[in-house]
Structures are given as C-alpha cells and as structure tokens.
Design a protein around this ligand. Structure first.
Ligand SMILES: C[S@@+](CC[C@H](N)C(=O)[O-])C[C@H]1O[C@@H](n2cnc3c(N)ncnc32)[C@H](O)[C@@H]1O
Length: 442
C-alpha cells in the first residue's frame, strides 16, 4: 500500500459517513460525529492495522527518504523512544488537552509502556472543514471535544508535539471522514522532485492513462516545473521525455528539477502554440493545461485551445495519444473544438472525394470553417488532407523506428534531432537521456 504512486496519503479509516442529512442541523451533526467517534470497535481495528503495519516494511523507495513510514517509526518509537520531526503539512492542527507527562514510563493502568502497546500511541487532532459548515463550526472547540472522545474510545494519549499519530477529520458538506494516516509525510512526496507543480499522484495517473511504451517520445508542451515528465521518467524509464514552457521562471525550475532527478528529460523555452517540433514526431502528449486567465494572456480560452489543439494534432502521430488535464469549465470548450474539427474533417473528406477543379481543391485545402473564421483560428499549419499527414508521418515513422531499434547510448541526441525543427532550440545537452543497452530492443 505504501508504494502506491496514485495515492496522496494512506489512512486507516476510523469512520466515514454521509453528512447531508445533518448538515442543516448543527446540534444533530455534533451528536452524530461524537457518537461515531465514541465507537471503540473502530479504534480496535485501527490499532490492529497500525500494529500490523509496524511489521511491514515498504518495498518501495519512491517517496522521500525523510518520509519514514509510520510503521517503521512506531516500532522504533517503542524501542528507542525516537523523537519525530514536526510535520510540514500546512493543515490546521489544533491542540487538545494537556501534553502527556514527559518521561512517564507508566500508562494510566500502571503498566509499563512496553507492556501496553496501545498506550504508546500518542495523538493529536487535525481537522479540515470545507463547504457550508466551515463558517458555522468553532474548529478549536470541536477539536478539543473530538480529541477527548477519541482519547476515551481509543486508549491513545493526547500529545501535542511530535505525537505518534495524527487523527485527521475531514468535514465536508456531504461527508465526514475520520482516519489515521499511516505515514508521517504524504505518499505524494517524491525524492526525485525538488520543487513540484502539479501533484505527483495526478501526474502519475496521467502517464498511466497514456500507456507509455518502450522507446516512445513523450512531450509536455506546457510543462511548468516538469512534474509530469519527472513522474513519467521515474516509472516508464525506457522512453524519451521532452518538455517546453513559455515562462522562463518555470523552465528554469524544470531544468533544475530535471538535472538533479533524471537524465532522461530535456526541456526548452518555447511556445506551446507554436512548437519547435516536426510534424508527427511525438507518440504521447501529456499536459496539465493552463486553466486561468493569467496564462491565457490576451486570447480567449476558445482561441487559445483552438491553436493548442491544432499544434497537438500536428506534432502527434496518428496513432499517438494525448492526455490533457483541464478544469471543469474548459471541458465544454475543448469538446466543442474537437467536434468542430471532426465535422470540418468530415466535410473536407467528403469534398475531396468528389472530382474537383484544381483551383477549387486548393480552396478546400485552405478551408476555414465559419466558426474558425469568427475566432480567427489559423488552419494553415494543419495537415490539409489526411494523405498529406500520412506521407509526412511515413517519413517520420521511418526515422524514429530506426532510432527505436538502436541501443546506442547517444540515441537521445538523435531523438532530439528528429523531434526539434531547428538546432538552435535544442535543449542544452547537459542531461540527455539514454536508452539502456541492457534492455532488449523491440
Ligand atoms: C497549469 S501550469 C502546468 C504546471 C505543470 N504541470 C507543473 O507541474 O509545474 C500551466 C503551464 O502552462 C504554461 N503556459 C501557458 N501558456 C503557454 C504557452 N503558450 N506555451 C507554453 N507554455 C505555456 C505556463 O507557463 C504554466 O507553466
């Protein structure tokens, strides 16, 4: 479980229930949550899981070395009384009750700490509240009350600084979840990402959806800090990763991230709406598209994504795959653009199948749909016919297939040569990737 790359945190669930029927009545809500949290059975289960995790050592090394699993730490805590680092998590942590007496070697029942394993768990509350209840609840008071219930039901002791456990309560309009995280730091922390942009589990999920294969060229044309590329390169190692962004500060961080974490990634400062890549040279595009006006400059989302989709279409192979993360609001814009483009393509195909005058054919190839005319979306860069696209792709196929069949260490140079249109925009060759010669070549 602790090696899950798609998870933010792993919790032992103590309680999880729908909240919608209580939301309007604060009294009812508080009664309900206190009843649920007083259920001793839930803590017996949690104790059992936490104890069994004490014997479980994560096989994975993907998350930060600093992020020792709680399982390991718990075992050590019993033996060595290790003092934990303060978590850096920014969520509200509210103190409850007094701290456990320092140096106390006996628990309430007079047993030594080693004899009573349950009692060794010290905890503090961490409450997160979103939605309508946020303004209605006094979180400090609620935290104190809940903390008292948890202490009674679980047998754990409250400790504010460096506790063994955090009991996390998340209250939203339709759900209340109570859980004990099994790791001190989120699983989403990666030791190969110095400064992250997009959350790493999301980046990993996007790469998984793209079904990256051996020798694929992966492009993130608005890569920001290169989180997606770093995540991809860590899990799908026999592929080539290229990224560009038009913001210097972002691409500088991306270069820094890539240099210290991977030798397979190349990044360049370039516009995603006018990419410096050849036609049909990329197998996979994975992109966390800009979602707010800050990035869209003077263009409307419709025009921005119209241009962007055209560029994606141009550089992607016909059997390529694009996974794009967009905000909910942008989904309809993108779907409309895709539909427009499909109907335009069908129209062009239909017309080109008829016997047409050469001049008429030329007009059709440069055809602009009424919607595009209105939006002033250029179509010039597009492959004007599927035939043209195919022949351009054939040339590219031949060269990159050759590349894929080579197991030389400098194959990355050639990928760059075949991907970028001009040498002047090649990324610095200080962190070029290499195909491992140990791998069988397909
Ligand atoms: C949502 S952020 C991507 C964050 C990135 N996934 C990360 O992990 O850091 C969108 C990025 O698109 C970039 N961007 C916006 N317009 C662009 C354009 N025309 N060409 C290239 N990049 C662009 C922004 O600079 C920003 O870094």
């Amino acid at each position: 479980m602790l090696s899950l790359k798609c998870a933010e945190r792993v919790f032992v669930a103590v309680a999880d229930y729908g909240n919608s029927e209580f939301i309007s009545d604060k009294r009812k809500f508080l009664d309900k949550i206190m009843t649920v949290l007083s259920n001793k059975d839930a803590y017996v289960k949690a104790n059992a899981v936490i104890k069994s995790m004490g014997n479980f050592h994560s096989q994975s090394s993907h998350f930060c070395q600093k992020s020792q699993s709680l399982s390991t730490s718990l075992t050590k805590a019993v033996d060595d009384k290790i003092i934990f680092e303060e978590p850096e998590d920014k969520r509200i942590r509210l103190e409850v009750h007094q701290e456990r007496q320092e140096g106390s070697e006996k628990d309430a029942s007079g047993k030594s700490i080693k004899e009573s394993f349950e009692r060794i768990f010290t905890f503090r509350m961490s409450i997160k509240c979103s939605g309508k209840l946020r303004k209605k609840l006094d979180l400090k008071r609620l935290s104190r009350d809940i903390g008292w219930r948890v202490e009674q039901a679980s047998g754990w002791a409250v400790q504010l600084r460096q506790p063994d456990l955090e009991v996390c309560v998340h209250i939203s309009d339709d759900h209340v979840t109570v859980g004990v995280p099994l790791t001190r730091h989120p699983l989403s922390r990666r030791n190969y990402i110095q400064e992250s942009g997009l959350r790493a589990p999301i980046a990993w999920i996007m790469c998984t959806l793209a079904e990256i294969k051996f020798g694929d060229v992966i492009l993130d044309p608005m890569c920001g800090k290169a989180t997606i590329l770093l995540e991809g390169a860590s899990s799908w190692q026999d592929a080539f990763y290229i990224g560009n962004d038009n913001a210097t500060d972002q691409i500088n961080v991306a270069a820094e991230n890539a240099s210290s974490n991977s030798e397979k990634i190349n990044v360049a400062l370039a516009d995603g709406l006018n990419m410096p890549y050849r036609d049909c040279c990329v197998d996979v595009i994975v992109c966390d598209a800009p979602f707010n006006q800050k990035y869209l400059t003077s263009l409307t989302p419709y025009v921005f994504f119209g241009k962007f989709l055209q560029e994606i279409h141009r550089v992607l192979r016909s059997d390529g795959c694009c996974v794009m993360l967009v905000s909910q609001q942008l989904v309809s814009v993108i779907l409309t653009l895709v539909q427009d483009s499909e109907s335009e393509f069908a129209e062009t195909k239909d017309m080109s199948s008829k016997d047409t005058h050469p001049q008429e054919k030329l007009n059709q190839d440069n055809m602009v749909s009424p919607e595009q005319k209105r939006l002033n979306v250029p179509v010039a860069q597009r492959h004007s016919s599927s035939q043209e696209r195919k022949s351009s792709e054939d040339v590219c196929e031949t060269c990159t297939k050759d590349l894929k069949s080579q197991s030389e260490l400098n194959v990355s140079d050639k990928v760059l040569e075949h991907t970028f249109t001009t040498q002047s925009v090649y990324p610095q060759r200080n962190k070029l990737f290499a195909l491992s010669s140990q791998h069988d070549v397909k």
